[in-house]
Design a protein around this ligand. Structure first.
Ligand code: NAD
Ligand code: TYD
Length: 354
């Protein structure tokens, strides 16, 4: 039997960022055994991991992080040394439709995992870690100026960000109260392959491809800081191995875009790729009623991560967007599969019935 240096539990590894992280850790660290625990909600898809599913150091467990008994069984069976926690309900618009689902997974589920670690790990051990993957949205909304630092007070304003903020507080509470070794990172908006087409970039790519209206909320003036998903995973790898326990790290793209400018750029890229006359896709832009409580601007100051661990984003945005568009155009089957079934119902409720 192969013996491994460490066994790491990755939760939510069948989702967008989680699947990039699972692939990265499985390939880069053959001496780590990676166990992916995912409930396979609408956002989880094992197709995302087809290329590594037979890797000897990879195991999948279909399980809900809110299920205390099952979680305890997995901890007993695998003797995890560390947890990399991605599993969450992650979409703001869905959190406005159904806040309790977010409280359940993001708050209760995270606390179930924290309890499992607390019960399983001897306090004297120096090699355990609960790594909590969080979002910049916990800090609230910026005006035109300024950046979120690790010291910005929490001010969540959507049910999604309130549930993530609450989970961050539980992680730090377990660190301070029970001495649980923990780190949190708060990242800006990610983009890249395997992103579920309910979020802005993949939704727009899919609608442009299908000549459907491009629903821009409000006047399209809101600003997000976009980061290539693989750069996020690289940052997580560094923090996981070299970050200081009990600390928080901000991760950001240094790449702020107004939604409308981003959608126009995507239209230009897609016109070229689809051999459409320039300006064709932009005609699909359709301004729709704004998201309630829509945060104006997010922007991250990632100086701490740069100074302590030398991380900076690697990819320029236009290059990253082109790669992303290419992936979606070359993976129509994936898109068709994830947009069949319950996606249609969500889309209707979100965009056609309002
Ligand atoms: P996602 O919605 O694509 O994936 C979430 C995954 O979690 C899915 O595979 C889903 O099946 C699984 N999951 C959901 N509920 C579960 C439960 N109760 N038990 C077990 N598994 C469950 O999300 P994502 O965009 O990959 O985000 C991953 C993490 O990163 C989240 O914690 C999110 O808050 C955080 N984050 C996301 C972004 C972003 O831009 N997407 C930015 C910063 C931080
Ligand atoms: P989203 O991808 O949902 O991420 P978040 O809200 O977590 O930042 O949305 C990114 C931005 O795009 C946000 O300002 C809302 C806006 N948006 C639209 O204008 N239209 C859409 O159809 C969607 C999904 C988002």
């Amino acid at each position: 039997m192969t013996s491994y240096d460490r066994t790491i539990l990755i939760t939510g590894g069948a989702g967008f960022i989680g699947s990039h992280a699972v692939r990265h850790f499985v390939n880069r660290y053959p001496t780590y055994r990676i166990v992916n625990m995912d409930a396979l909600t609408y956002a989880g898809n094992l197709e995302n991991l087809k290329d590594i599913e037979t890797a000897p150091n990879y195991i999948f467990e279909k399980a809900d992080i809110c299920d205390e008994e099952r979680t305890a069984e997995l901890f007993a069976g695998y003797a995890f040394d560390a947890v990399l926690h991605f599993a969450a309900e992650s979409h703001v618009d869905r959190s406005i439709q159904d806040p309790l689902a977010f409280v359940r997974t993001n708050v209760l589920g995270t606390t179930v995992l924290l309890n499992a670690c607390r019960n399983a790990w001897d306090k004297e051990r120096k090699d355990t870690l609960f790594y909590h993957v969080s979002t910049d949205e916990v800090y609230g909304s910026l005006g035109r100026e300024g950046f979120f630092t690790e010291h910005t007070p929490y001010d969540p304003r959507s049910p999604y960000s309130a549930s993530k903020a609450s989970s961050d507080h539980f992680v730090m509470a377990y660190h301070h109260t029970y001495g649980l070794p923990a780190i949190i990172s708060n990242c800006s908006n990610n983009y890249g392959s395997h992103h579920f087409p309910e979020k802005l970039i993949p939704l727009m790519i899919n609608n442009i491809r299908n000549n459907k209206p491009l629903p821009v909320y409000g006047r399209g003036e809101n600003i997000r800081d976009w980061l290539w998903v693989e750069d996020h995973v690289r940052a997580i790898d560094l923090i996981f191995h070299k970050g200081r326990k009990g600390e928080k790290y901000n991760i950001g793209g240094l790449n702020e875009w107004k939604n409308i400018d981003l959608v126009r750029l995507l239209c230009r890229i897609m016109d070229k790729k689809l051999n459409r006359p320039e300006g064709t896709s932009a005609k699909l832009i359709s301004y729709v009623p704004d998201r309630p409580g829509h945060d104006l601007r997010y922007a991250i100051d990632a100086t701490k991560l740069k100074n302590e661990l030398g991380w900076t984003p690697s990819l320029n945005f236009e290059e990253g967007l082109e790669k992303t568009v290419d992936w979606y155009l070359n993976n129509e089957d994936w898109v068709n599969q994830v947009t069949s079934g319950s996606y249609q119902q969500y889309y209707e409720q979100q965009y056609l019935k309002r």
